[in-house]
Design a protein around this ligand. Structure first.
Ligand SMILES: NC(=O)C1=CN([C@@H]2O[C@H](COP(=O)(O)OP(=O)(O)OC[C@H]3O[C@@H](n4cnc5c(N)ncnc54)[C@H](O)[C@@H]3O)[C@@H](O)[C@H]2O)C=CC1
Ligand SMILES: O=C(O)C1=N[C@H](C(=O)O)C[C@H](O)C1
Length: 269
């Protein structure tokens, strides 16, 4: 019997889910012990490897989180808020790490996750790549160094299938910029401009979202000042960077005390 940590992937048929199934099943440091999909999905009951069009992996797709979590030390979850929030309570019951990549969570959703984190180990980040988490730290520093003469605008671009905006990454960057300036993001965010908006308010942080094609994820943090602009940019070209960060987070979380953690904790940034 392998003593490698058992990992469950939630959202098995998704873009990230399939990336994670491949990464975990090929990892020397972990074992794929379960894959979850929504009830009624036509992959439920099939072998995940065969459902993905490859060789059988000996792991059936299930819609029963309790069954899937029975052998798991961690579950990696890139799905939707309606799936992620209920799963946190089940992960807590199973004493498993819940790695949450899902974005588009409301304030209420996050409050419910924070409540679950009293008993669960939750590692949640809107972006699990090393590059973006470094960019978050740089954004905080630059925002602290450049005063309100520099207007901060965050522009993000994603594929045509993305259902939430601004991206979780953009919100991470906006939070860091606001922290750098010592203000609350929800007091200064301009999240969608349309019509006669009036002149831009000094100190605000603007967001713009581009959707189209197969763009994996691009983020610019623009500091637009008089006579010069500073632009911090991250361009993702392969979803594997997120999957690697998520698996690292899962292995990091095993054995930690219950609580709510993020990728800065995992990466030691
Ligand atoms: N934190 C990070 O580093 C990253 C986060 N993401 C986020 O991960 C999420 C998923 O992204 P993709 O894989 O591109 O989406 P996708 O649409 O390809 O996959 C979503 C998966 O969740 C499942 N799902 C959706 N609603 C469900 C429900 N109510 N109950 C159970 N299962 C449900 C779908 O069946 C599918 O398997 C999004 O929120 C996205 O923003 C994506 C990439 C990186
Ligand atoms: O939906 C995606 O694809 C991505 N979503 C995350 C986000 O909302 O920031 C992370 C990454 O940009 C890809």
């Amino acid at each position: 019997m392998s003593d490698l940590p058992g990992i469950v992937v939630n959202g098995a048929s998704g873009r990230m889910g399939q990336m994670l199934v491949k990464l975990v099943s090929e990892s020397p440091a972990a074992r794929l012990v379960g894959v979850l999909e929504r009830s009624g999905h036509d992959w439920v009951g099939r072998d995940i490897g065969e459902a993905m069009g490859g060789a059988a992996l000996g792991v059936p797709v299930t819609d029963d989180p309790l069954e899937a979590m029975s052998k798991a030390q961690a579950v990696i979850d890139f799905t939707a808020p309606a799936a992620t929030v209920p799963l946190a309570a089940i992960a807590a019951q199973a004493r498993a790490v819940h790695v949450i990549g899902t974005t588009g969570l409301s304030g209420d959703d996050i409050a419910r996750l924070d409540a679950a984190a009293r008993h669960a180990i939750i590692v949640r980040a809107g972006n699990m790549s090393l590059g973006v988490n470094l960019l978050v730290q740089l954004t905080r520093k630059v925002a602290a160094a450049l005063d309100e003469v520099f207007d901060i605008e965050i522009v993000e671009a994603h594929h045509k299938h993305k259902v939430d905006a601004p991206s979780g990454t953009a919100l991470m960057l906006g939070e860091a910029a606001a922290e750098g300036r010592g203000v609350k993001l929800d007091r200064v965010a301009d999240r969608g401009r349309d019509g006669i908006t009036g002149a831009r308010v000094d100190g605000h942080i603007g967001f713009a979202a581009i959707r189209g094609g197969d763009i994996v994820g691009e983020h610019d943090v623009i500091f637009a000042g008089p006579g010069e602009r500073v632009v911090l940019r991250h361009v993702a070209t392969d979803r594997a960077i997120f999957a690697r960060g998520a698996l690292k987070a899962a292995l990091w979380g095993i054995g930690r005390k219950p609580g709510s953690y993020d990728m800065m904790d995992v990466l030691g940034l």
